[in-house]
Design a protein around this ligand. Structure first.
Ligand code: HEM
Length: 548
């Protein structure tokens, strides 16, 4: 009997593994077909991409974010503002767009999101969610959540953000007192998760107070299984364990968010007249709207399909709402440290808006609108986002959709292509920006607003699929920076990286990260792809208290 069971088990495993690899081979062949349809000179079936990948591997650091390597190729080969990129079999054909007007047309066109986005988002928030869906499904959930991001709703959240920032200050205080080495991205993630948890779900993940939250631990573990988009190693690229682990972690995250949703649902329909609503309440209001106000939520259970959609959407808000903001906060500290003249101007502005007698926290709790007076601070954040945008979008090409080449006027087919607006290149192109690699926040002061093309600035993308959370991100970043930059001197500590090599963080799961080049754009804190673009190594840092 045992022999039979063993044999059956062995055969089942062999069938699953073989069919998995056959599927990969089939997909890889199919992908090659997509390349054969591209116009222009024949694309090398193998050598073209290997050459490109080899060059990237030699010239750029490991795991560098793809938007950085597209920028590198563009500069090295002086590529036109719209070009096809063949890196088969790493990706389907890419149609890279670096031209502001073409990017504008794309963001207004009704193109679907490309399924390539799912590689990153599906493990964390499923396939159907406001970030990845299109058409009516997207429209419905965007309309449900929009009121949760109104100015009135967001300003009502300022005191909550201040409380979280106060806990973040205590964390920095503690690091300063112990003069220890830490990863800023991990600390920044704590505040951005707590803020987004409260803003979206009215739930305290308590990350600022303990490292023990089940949802957050699971999400970080899932992130550590994200694929390396550059690797040509098939065992790494097609590791079958990845799908299994991602599914396992997704289930755990679903259970956590599902419990939260059920508890809130059991309370009944949120009062429709109350204007301030979090996303979770807005989802529940929608449920009652669709199913009738007489549903007794104490005894009824939520329809399974609606429940799963709500879970996916809350997860995507939690995910998109924390990791981009945490990454930006790290770059704000790093760039302010590098540019003491800018820091001095920020401090001067804070002195004039808040003075030095009463704490920023206390004043903001009394009058949240004071944060809108920090115009220079906002310009700093915008400039940080120009240089180090953490996210960009990919659209799916279509048989009937052509892009006009801005140089030749040719109509370029998009069928079977992943259309990618490479934000970093648009943001660092000398045709769009004067001295594009320099850190000059003044560009974003109101008196200079007409000096750049708005389509050349798109950290939150533009058009109907722009970021729903951009105002929340700006408010949160302004509050946290206003409460910390005058108090703390934050320095990067890349020269001490070795000491963090056994800290059990997700950074240590990035294999080979310390081999080869360790700089991009002349900066050691380049971006790597780990869901959003994160600062390399999570920004090893030290902090001291400023003397004032
Ligand atoms: C600095 C912070 C942030 C940056 C740079 C950023 C950037 C972006 C970008 C570039 C997109 C478009 C993606 C695409 O086209 O595929 C996007 C979409 C989105 N972002 Fe953000 N984001 C930030 C913060 C937030 C926050 C705080 C939330 C909070 C909920 C959020 C939620 C979303 C959602 C739900 C979408 C999809 C919107 C739609 O398709 O209707 N983001 N974000």
């Amino acid at each position: 009997m045992a022999f039979l069971i063993n044999n059956l088990f062995g055969t089942a495993v062999a069938v699953v593994v073989t069919s998995y690899f056959l599927k990969i081979v089939y997909r890889t062949i199919q992908m090659r077909r997509r390349f054969s349809k591209l116009p222009g000179p024949p694309h090398h079936p193998i050598l073209g991409h290997l050459k490109v990948m080899g060059e990237i591997a030699a010239a750029l650091p490991k795991r560098v974010h793809p938007h950085v390597y597209a920028h590198y190729l563009r500069e090295k080969y002086n590529l036109p503002p719209v070009f096809y990129l063949d890196i088969y079999p790493v990706s389907a054909p890419l149609l890279v767009v670096l031209h502001p007007e073409t990017a504008h047309q794309l963001s207004e066109a009704k193109l679907n999101k490309d399924p390539a986005l799912l590689d990153v988002v599906e493990p964390l928030a499923g396939r159907e969610n406001i970030l990845c869906s299109d058409g009516l499904r997207w429209k419905k959930w965007r309309a449900i959540f929009n009121p949760g991001f109104s100015v009135q709703q967001l300003m009502s959240q300022v005191p909550m953000i201040v409380d979280c920032a106060a806990a973040f200050v205590r964390i920095l205080d503690n690091h300063a007192a112990h003069n220890d080495l830490f990863r800023m991205e991990e600390e920044a993630t704590k505040i951005t998760i707590d803020v987004i948890g409260k803003a979206i779900c009215a739930h305290d993940f308590k990350c600022l107070h303990s490292d023990d939250n089940e949802f957050v631990k699971t999400m970080r573990k899932s992130l550590s299984w994200m694929p390396d988009t550059q690797t040509l190693n098939p065992f790494d690229r097609y590791n079958p364990m990845r799908a299994i682990m991602h599914r396992y972690y997704k289930k755990k995250m679903d259970n956590y968010i599902g419990r939260m949703l059920d508890e809130r649902f059991a309370v009944g329909a949120p009062d429709r007249k109350v204007k301030k609503k979090t996303a979770i309440d807005l989802a529940i209001v929608e449920y009652f709207k669709e199913n009738g106000q007489d549903v007794d939520s104490r005894t009824a259970t939520m329809d399974a399909e609606f429940r799963q959609n709500a879970i996916n959407n809350l997860e995507v808000l939690l995910f998109a709402g924390h990791d981009t903001t945490a990454s930006t906060l790290c770059y704000c500290y790093a760039l302010l440290k590098k540019h003491p003249n800018v820091l001095a101007k920020v401090c001067q502005e804070l002195d004039s808006v808040f003075g030095t007698e009463v704490s920023v926290a206390e004043q903001l709790r009394q009058n949240p609108y004071l944060i809108n007076d920090c115009h220079y601070l906002l310009a700093v954040i915008k400039e940080v986002l120009r240089l180090w945008s953490p996210a960009s979008g990919v659209k799916q090409g279509r048989k009937d959709y052509f892009i006009k080449d801005p140089v030749t006027g040719d109509m370029l087919p998009t069928e079977d292509c992943v259309i990618w607006i490479n934000v970093i290149t648009v943001h660092r192109d000398p045709r769009n920006w004067e001295d594009p690699d320099a850190f000059i926040p003044e560009r974003f002061l109101s008196e200079n607003a007409d000096k750049f093309n708005p389509d050349a600035y798109r950290p939150f993308e533009r058009g109907p699929r722009n970021c729903i959370g951009q105002e929340l991100a700006y408010i949160e970043l302004k509050v946290v920076l206003a409460m910390t930059v005058r108090e703390f001197d934050v320095s990067t500590a890349f020269d001490e990286l070795e000491s963090l090599s056994n800290d059990g963080s997700i950074w240590n799961s990035v294999k080979g990260r310390l081999d080869g080049p360790q700089e991009c754009f002349g900066d050691e804190m380049y971006q790597i792809l780990l869901a959003a673009a994160k600062p390399r190594e999570g920004m090893p840092a030290r902090v001291t208290k400023r003397k004032r």
